[in-house]
Write a protein that binds this ligand. Structure first.
Ligand SMILES: Cc1ncc(COP(=O)(O)O)c(C=O)c1O
Length: 486
């Protein structure tokens, strides 16, 4: 419905501006024979090239040739926009046509240190020349050091106060898979009835695509094609305190929740809700899992998003990935001694997880991301974003309904489909993504500067202007007044 309204509004404004162009043309030129005979397609592409910084590459471009040569060989799990990115530096990406884009997406909250951080690149090369992989059958200097650093930084940063051990894996889904398995084992070890097997998760959550993490992700679009799901999953409503007692029972072995739902629309859990969940988990003897894969590692200004909560709301397990490798695939599941004591040799494992190369890089990245100066910067940058959001809201009061989020995981709730805004922004040199229902999501690199935020927000303003054309829009003048001679 809202999509249709947006499309109608756009087509009406396109129609009216087209009519004014026609009127102007009739007035300015004597005969129709004087009008250009360029093909319409060429005229359109001239207009695009002249007005947009980074128009999507056309079908006869080098980009399209490269895309067309490889796409038929790829399982079609994604629809990608036209540009092809071949280089990154800091907060910018460059496409194969050598055009520059400001990146407000950070590879979906991954490149917290920006693209191609020089020190990370140096360590990557050094470790690649020293030791890449040995398997988990042997010791190496880095898997253990990373496990220890994650525990130390968790406690030091005021989060899960009884964090004790880490399991290193390769991705967010795998980190959650480990957490779900650990919760199941915990249930079996603490209740001999065999009934303590249920895992609770929440609507609008996203925990991954493997069968366990997918079973915890109650989105019909993702689950339906692959059913049946793993048995024993129950779903509740986020932030609904009065539903917790019925949802979490003596049969619950684990509850998994994102302190801020990323994919679901940048929804923030209230402190009261998390406190109540913790209390209920204690009552029934269930493990509480915070999925901080998107919102953790200083994205909210504290090391974990839940660091600001009192210890009565701390979890038993934290899962992380994304920014942990700044683009190198790695994840981790951090647990208390109580949880770890239920796991024995052979219960779980991985071939690649925690290899020396990934662990060395993550060890460095955790050090950088836990820097208090970087964390303070996140708060300042949030403020800059919010100032710009307030101005945008003033310009587009009918379109922007709400601002949500914390630190540098922020969402603008629009009243209509933001897809045309994403396209218009990209064609003006800004990459931005969506989430939830009609939400624009802002998850830039944490190293972004205030000047870059301003640059991006100006582009976003132009993009929204082009899509929604507010009353503030200044119509073209009738005739050639600026060109008049005395
Ligand atoms: C909160 C959360 N959990 C889990 C995942 C899954 O992580 P991955 O794609 O690395 O498997 C994601 C990915 O977007 C996520 O945002």
């Amino acid at each position: 419905m809202s999509l249709r309204i947006g499309a109608q509004r756009l087509s009406a404004s396109v129609k009216s501006s087209r009519q004014s162009v026609i009127r102007t043309a009739r007035r300015s030129y004597a005969t129709p024979a004087a009008t250009s005979n360029l093909p319409q397609g060429l005229k359109n592409s001239i207009e695009k090239d002249a007005t947009l910084a980074t128009p999507d590459p056309p079908s006869d471009s080098q980009t399209s040739r490269l895309v067309n040569a490889s796409t038929p060989y790829m399982v079609p799990t994604y629809v990608r926009p036209a540009p092809m990115f071949q280089q990154g530096e800091g907060c910018y990406l460059y496409d194969v046509e050598n055009r520059k884009y400001l990146d407000f997406t950070a590879g979906i909250a991954v490149n917290a240190l920006g693209h191609c951080d020089p020190e990370m690149a140096r360590l990557l090369a050094q470790q690649a020349q020293t030791l890449v992989h040995t398997s988990n059958l042997y010791h190496n200097p880095w898997t253990g050091s990373l496990s220890r650093l994650l525990v130390e930084k968790t406690i030091e940063g005021g989060a899960m106060h009884d964090a004790a051990r880490s399991f290193i894996c390769n991705s967010g889904s795998e980190a959650n898979e480990a957490a779900i398995k650990f919760a199941r084992k915990y249930g079996k070890m603490t209740d001999e009835s065999g009934k303590k097997v249920e895992i609770v998760s929440f609507h609008n959550s996203f925990h991954g695509r493997t069968m366990g993490s997918l079973s915890a992700t109650p989105n019909p679009k993702y689950q339906k094609p692959f059913g049946p799901m793993v048995p024993g999953f129950r779903y509740g409503n986020y932030n609904k305190i009065d539903e917790i007692n019925e949802l979490v029972t003596e049969n619950t072995c684990g509850v998994i929740i994102e302190p801020i739902q990323g994919e679901g629309g940048v929804n923030v859990a209230t402190d009261e809700f998390l406190l109540a969940l913790r209390r209920r988990c204690n009552e029934v003897g269930a493990v509480l899992i915070y999925d901080e894969i998107q919102c953790g590692l200083s994205r909210t200004g504290t090391f974990w998003a839940h660091s600001s909560l009192p210890k009565e709301a701390h979890p038993d397990i934290i899962t992380t990935a994304k920014a942990l490798g700044n683009g190198f695939p790695i994840g981790a599941t951090i647990v208390t001694e109580d949880v770890s004591s239920k796991i024995v040799t052979g219960d779980h494992g991985t071939t690649f997880g925690g290899n020396p190369l990934g662990s060395r890089l993550a060890h460095y990245i955790v050090g950088r991301l836990s820097d208090p100066e970087l964390q303070q910067g996140v708060y300042k940058k949030e403020k800059v974003f919010r100032e710009h959001f307030a101005k945008l809201q003033h310009r587009f009061p009918d379109v922007i309904e709400e601002v949500r989020g914390k630190g540098l995981i922020l969402g603008l709730q629009l009243s209509e489909d933001p897809t045309p805004v994403v396209t218009a922004a990209r064609e003006r040199g800004l990459l931005i993504i969506t989430c939830g229902t009609n939400t624009l999501r802002f998850v830039p690199p944490l190293i972004i500067t205030e000047a870059e935020i301003e640059e991006g927000m100006n582009i976003l303003g132009d993009a929204m202007q082009a899509v929604f054309r507010t009353s503030e829009h200044i119509e073209g003048t009738d005739g050639q007044q600026e060109m008049r001679t005395a």
